[in-house]
Unconditional design. Structure first.
Length: 136
């Protein structure tokens, strides 16, 4: 959808399936930059603790429903590995990849991705996905 809307930068790598070679090639042709936010993809694909989920149900029920409803959308099981595979495909095709871990630092959040703290983890995940250390 972002490619069809002619977005210049696409954040979040898909978790339900990997980006195809065709999509990655189209991204290169359209000069699209990717900010995959693998740290956030890792956090949202992990099972939340019971206390975190209960806190969100009680204090932020609409956010809880949006997050867990989104987990049911898409083509397949949502995993960080699918997001990493997308980064691998995009990187090999020549899509510029930027490191941006995103963050989610709210009370009663089921995700523990804090401002600034996770940039190094993002770089590690990019390297795990096949981005060279120098490019990361």
């Amino acid at each position: 959808m972002a490619l069809e809307a002619n977005a210049d930068i696409i954040t979040y790598a898909p978790q339900d399936k990997s980006v195809t070679e065709e999509t990655a090639t189209l991204m290169v042709q359209k000069k699209v930059v990717s900010v995959p936010t693998l740290t956030m993809m890792q956090a949202v694909s992990a099972r939340p603790t019971l206390s975190a989920a209960l806190g969100m149900i009680i204090f932020k029920p609409s956010l809880f429903m949006a997050i867990f409803g989104a987990k049911k959308n898409g083509q397949g099981q949502q995993t960080c590995e699918n997001a990493k595979d997308s980064v691998t495909m995009m990187y090999r095709a020549g899509v510029p990849i930027l490191a941006g871990p995103d963050c989610h630092e709210e009370p009663y959040s089921v995700f523990e991705v804090k401002h600034g703290e996770f940039l190094h983890q993002e770089l590690e995940l990019l390297v795990e996905a096949g981005v060279s250390v120098l490019d990361a």
